[in-house]
Design a protein around this ligand. Structure first.
Ligand code: NAI
Length: 253
């Protein structure tokens, strides 16, 4: 039975992914900062293993990976899904909130990847799957620090995809545009680009992409949805000012 650890498992995409993998017979480890939501998800998933952690704490990450690997005799896949978002004009967001976005979305992913590595090395066809975003294609107005954090995820994924290939570990990312989850539904401010591009994906759609990435060879970047795949292709073949123009038009106020 294959084993997956999921950060941000208590809500949205992480939760849908945990449910899909558990239904398909995987041993699932649920990690999140929200303990109450972890307890209720674990109950739903027939007592799935869980541990509260804050991904910004490297020691939390080490303890969680060790505890899961000890309880289940190893680890095969890490899904780095925990993330936070704050939308708005760059100057309307406080410096400590920008820093927290980078801390959770980037340092958290590095902490977990480092902590999981010794266990993944011994895993069965091991993989790390990172949640990137469509905002890692071109800097997204009203999402400046979030977009920067997902560019960092993109860079880490590309570098580790090559570095860890030597150790037999696949590292890939998933790049969806907007997905209907509490992250968007509970946001204090909704940037115009959200409704202009539309929220056409569900957490279950993304869970399906993660499942594909965990089971088979996939490219290093996995854009999701027809429209965003088209934008990714256009970005490759057209001059870069075309993507700037598209982004500017989509995010106009
Ligand atoms: P969500 O808000 O529903 O779930 C995020 C989870 O991460 C929550 O359970 C939260 O408690 C947990 N979390 C936050 N900070 C944490 C920390 N320091 N330590 C441990 N856990 C922490 O959000 P959603 O939409 O499911 O997002 C999941 C991932 O997908 C994020 O990385 C997000 O950036 C990414 N994403 C989301 C998109 C969307 O439109 N919803 C689009 C593209 C990417």
């Amino acid at each position: 039975m294959k084993r997956i650890l999921i950060t941000g498992a208590a809500s949205g995409i992480g939760r849908a992914t945990a449910t899909l993998f558990a239904r398909n017979g995987w041993t699932v480890g649920l990690l999140d900062v929200n303990n109450d939501a972890l307890v209720s998800l674990s109950d739903e998933l027939a007592g799935a293993w869980y541990q509260r952690l804050d991904v910004t704490s490297h020691s939390d990450c080490i303890e969680a990976c060790e505890a899961f690997a000890e309880a289940h005799d190893g680890l095969d896949v890490l899904f780095n899904c925990a993330g936070i978002l704050r939308m708005g004009a760059f100057e309307d967001i406080a410096a400590d909130q920008h820093a927290q976005i980078i801390n959770v979305n980037v340092n958290g992913l590095m902490n977990m990847s480092l902590a999981a590595l010794p266990h993944l090395k011994k895993g069965d066809r091991p993989a790390v799957i990172n949640m990137s975003s469509a905002s890692a294609l071109y800097g997204t107005p009203d999402f400046a620090s979030y977009s920067a954090s997902k560019f960092a995820v993109r860079g880490l994924t590309e570098a580790l995809n090559i570095e860890w290939e030597r150790q037999g570990i696949r590292v890939v990312d998933i790049m969806p545009p907007f997905v209907k989850t509490p992250m968007l539904d509970e946001a204090e401010y909704r940037a115009p680009v959200v409704d202009r591009l539309g929220v056409n994906l569900s957490a279950d759609d993304i869970a399906g992409e993660v499942y594909k990435a965990a089971n088979g060879p996939t490219p290093v970047h996995n854009p999701v949805g027809g429209l965003f795949r088209l934008m990714t292709l256009m970005d490759k073949v057209l001059p870069s000012r075309s993507t700037k123009w598209t982004m500017s038009w989509l995010s106009r106020h």
